[in-house]
Every structure is written in structure tokens, then in C-alpha cells.
Ligand binder design. Structure first.
Ligand SMILES: Cc1cc2nc3c(=O)[nH]c(=O)nc-3n(C[C@H](O)[C@H](O)[C@H](O)COP(=O)(O)O)c2cc1C
Length: 409
């Protein structure tokens, strides 16, 4: 942090950083991200039958208006029974792509690159929405109208006591899910998304294949590390195969299980190298989620606590990484780019709190002026409003750096 602080000089409440990396464009294959601020995928549990609702349009739209470079739409089920909850989005039929198209178009019209995370929830599917308990469904959920179904997983091992017992997937099930990922990737592209992220984290299906905690198979998709990586590889190969050569492909991993005898950071480095060779462009580095009860071995939470995973994978697998997890200040985001930990910075809850965080951060770094980068519907007014404020001895500048650095981080 000290290094970044030295690069900043405080001038009239604005930290002037001559060339903040956070606001430099980044080319990935044929796509140019306008800046390095990413909206982390965040389920809204507000879909109906896998279709987006007005909530999604407004929710995702606000991040484009706020200046994020890349907006990753939440975990979207490649099959109906691959949804985490009844309220999750889907891309298992063409109508869902049609319904997502206006959202992707709005993001593009407002300067963001639209991305979508494709997912299968595995043994964590058919669960409750967080605000109904975030656990296995109860009769109350079904009384509210939620469907329940038998989850699929590498092995018939429930997440925990009280959770649904999953079915161990057959060879045919694996082919069907692999093909569903590829078909959903084509639909995503047809809907106007310009980046696809495959969800291999948080205990969902593909992570549960990787981890020895949840994969006890005795066929070629289980056993040692090589075997456990095979099904995720076949999904990536199928997805890469249907995407054009200039189309970026991200993978989100849980860099560590955080459980004794689980998936480790060494495993993640090997996996990332192999994914790179298979045409993956960015590893989005999260952690945990492969149990209902995270243990004390998980990383201690603090600002940027998962960024060291992104740093090691970037250095040792020679692949672009995305850091995520309690990154809240522009200064920390910039530091992680400057010190080579990551190429992209994803924010989740901080953006729920303040969707205009990217525009505010750019102003704080002096990387924007006169509200030029704001939506034109706002910018013209804000520029004049700011001048009036200055004449009154006030400022529009939100203090989103020092305030959190000193008191909240
Ligand atoms: C409301 C909410 C929904 C989330 N849904 C997803 C998801 O769909 N896919 C995913 O990979 N992570 C999901 N996450 C995790 C976030 O992408 C992110 O990794 C996490 O919130 C940590 O970042 P933060 O500290 O900036 O919030 C979700 C987080 C939140 C708060």
C-alpha cells in the first residue's frame, strides 16, 4: 500500500495518479476492455424459470452506467437442474438468450463489455435462496412454489447432513452436461455476450470434480489429480471449440478448498497451466465453497485476502488473473495491478454498495474529468452541478479511498 501511496499526491481532495493501471484498457483476444474494473458474478435469485426479470435489467445496467469495464452476469445454469436455486438464470433454451440480449446490448451501449458465467451447481443445486436460509430446501420453500430435484455430482456424497443426496453421474450424464455447456456458450454468444466465464469454483459441479473431497470416482474422471481434472478439461475443450478464436474465455476456480486433504494452491497452478494450453485466457481466483462448513484452514478474511492466489497463479502459470475478494478501495485495486498480482480487479459487494465506484475511483485518481466518462444523460448536468458546488466551496468528490483505508478496511 505504501508504494501506491507514494505515487499519489493529494491535490484538492483528488489523488492524482498519472497513469493508473486500473483505467488502462486491456486487450484479451479480439476484445478490448475499456478498464480493469470487473463486476464479479453475483446471483440475484430473481429469475423466473431461468428467465431474467426487470430486476436483472436494472441491476446489471447500473454497473455499466457506473463505469465498470467488464460486467459478468451471475452463475447461469446450463441445464435446468444445474441451477443453484429456483431463482437462478438459465441458458438451456434459446428463449433465454433472447431475453438476455437486451441486457447485453444495454451494457455495450453504455461502454461495458458484457460477460456471462456459465454454471452447473452439482450437489449444491436445488438449494434455498440465501434470504430463505441458504441451506437445503425445506417444506416452506416448496410451499412458496420452489421445485426440488435430484442433484448430480461426481460421487453420491451429500454436501453435508440434511442436504440432498446427489446421484453419481454416468458417462452419458457427463456427455450431456459437457454438451450443455457448449450449447449455452453458443447461446451466450448469440445473445451478444463478448466474454464467457466457466464456473469451476465454490463447490459447484466442476469444482466438485476437481476436489478429492467430493470426487471419489474410480473411472477415468476420478482418482489422482490428472483424473479429477479430466471432466473440467472436457467441458473447457467443448466450450473453446464452439467459440471463435477471438472470443475470450475465463475460468473461475476456488484456488484452495481450505479443507485438510482438499484441493491446494499447487493443484491450482498445475490446473491453470493446463487450462492456458487449452485456450483459457484468464483465471478468476476465488476460494472455498466445497462444504457447508468451511473449516479454520480457509484463508483469513481481510482486504484482498485471495489476491495472493491470483499472484502465484499469474507468476507460475504465466496466465492473466483476476483478483477478487474484499477489494474495496481504488488504492488497493491499483496496488494489486501495479505489483503484478493480477490483470483484472473484480468487485462484488462494494459495487452493490456503490455501483458508481469505477467512475468515482477514476475521478479520485484524476483519470477522469468533467464527468466526460459518465453517461451523457448524467454528465452534462453533473459538470455544471460540480461547478456550482465548487463556487459554494463544496465538492462532489466522494471520499472512497482514505475513508475506508483508515476506518473500514
Ligand atoms: C449476492 C452475491 C452473489 C454471488 N453470486 C456468485 C455467482 O453467481 N458466481 C460466483 O462465482 N460468485 C458469486 N458470488 C461471489 C462473488 O463473485 C465474489 O467472489 C465475492 O462476493 C467476494 O468479492 P467481494 O468481497 O468483492 O464481494 C456472489 C457474491 C454475492 C455477494
Amino acid at each position: 500500500m505504501k508504494k501506491v501511496r507514494e505515487m499519489l499526491c493529494k491535490h484538492s481532495g483528488v489523488f492524482v495518479l498519472s497513469e493508473p493501471l486500473l483505467f488502462q484498457p486491456l486487450d484479451i483476444r479480439g476484445v478490448t476492455l475499456p478498464n480493469r474494473v470487473v463486476v464479479a458474478p453475483m446471483c440475484q435469485y430473481s429469475a423466473e424459470g431461468g428467465y431474467p426479470t426487470a430486476h436483472h435489467t436494472v441491476h446489471y445496467g447500473q454497473f455499466a452506467l457506473g463505469g465498470a469495464g467488464l460486467v459478468i452476469i451471475e452463475a447461469t445454469g446450463v441445464t435446468s437442474d444445474g441451477r443453484i436455486t429456483n431463482g437462478c438464470l438459465g441458458l438451456w433454451e434459446d428463449g433465454q438468450a433472447d431475453a438476455l440480449r437486451p441486457i447485453a446490448q444495454f451494457l455495450k451501449n453504455n461502454g461495458s463489455i458484457p460477460a456471462i458465467q456459465l454454471a452447473h451447481a452439482g450437489r449444491k443445486s436445488a438449494m434455498q435462496r440465501p434470504w430463505h436460509g441458504n441451506g437445503p430446501q425445506t417444506e416452506e420453500d416448496q410451499a412458496r412454489g420452489d421445485d426440488i430435484w435430484e442433484p448430480s455430482a461426481p460421487s453420491a456424497i451429500a454436501l453435508d447432513d440434511g442436504w440432498l443426496a446427489p446421484k453419481a453421474m454416468t458417462a452419458q450424464d457427463l456427455k450431456d452436461v459437457r454438451d450443455a455447456f457448449a450449447a449455452a456458450a453458443v447461446r451466450a454468444m448469440n445473445a451478444g455476450f463478448e466474454v464467457v466465464e466457466v464456473h469451476m469454483a465454490h463447490g459447484y459441479l466442476l469444482h466438485s470434480f476437481l476436489s478429492p473431497i467430493s470426487n471419489h470416482r474410480e473411472d477415468e474422471y476420478g482418482g489422482n489429480l490428472e483424473g479429477r481434472m479430466q471432466f473440467p478439461f472436457s467441458v473447457i475443450d467443448a466450450v473453446r471449440d464452439v467459440l471463435p478464436g477471438d472470443f475470450p474465455l475465463f475460468v473461475r476456480i476456488s484456488a484452495v478448498d481450505g479443507i485438510e486433504d482438499g484441493w491446494t494452491l499447487d493443484d491450482s497452478v498445475l490446473f491453470a497451466r493446463a487450462l492456458k494450453a487449452r485456450g483459457v485466457d484468464v483465471i478468476d481466483c476465488s476460494s472455498g465453497g466445497n462444504t457447508a462448513k468451511p473449516t479454520a484452514l480457509g484463508p483469513k478474511r481481510g482486504p484482498g485476502f485471495q489476491a495472493p492466489f491470483a499472484a502465484r497463479i499469474k507468476a507460475e502459470a504465466d496466465i492473466k488473473t483476476q483478483a477478487v475478494g474484499l477489494i474495496r478501495t481504488p488504492q488497493l485495486a491499483e496496488e494489486l495491478l501495479q505489483n503484478g498480482s493480477a490483470d483484472l480487479i473484480a468487485l462484488g459487494r462494494q459495487l452493490l454498495y456503490n455501483p458508481s465506484w469505477p467512475a468515482h475511483a477514476a475521478e479520485q485518481f484524476g483519470a477522469a474529468g468533467n464527468f466526460d466518462d459518465w453517461p451523457q444523460q448524467y454528465g452534462w448536468w453533473l459538470e455544471r452541478w460540480d461547478k456550482s458546488l465548487q463556487a459554494m466551496g463544496e465538492t462532489a468528490q466522494p471520499q472512497i479511498g482514505d475513508h475506508y483505508l483508515n476506518s473500514r478496511n
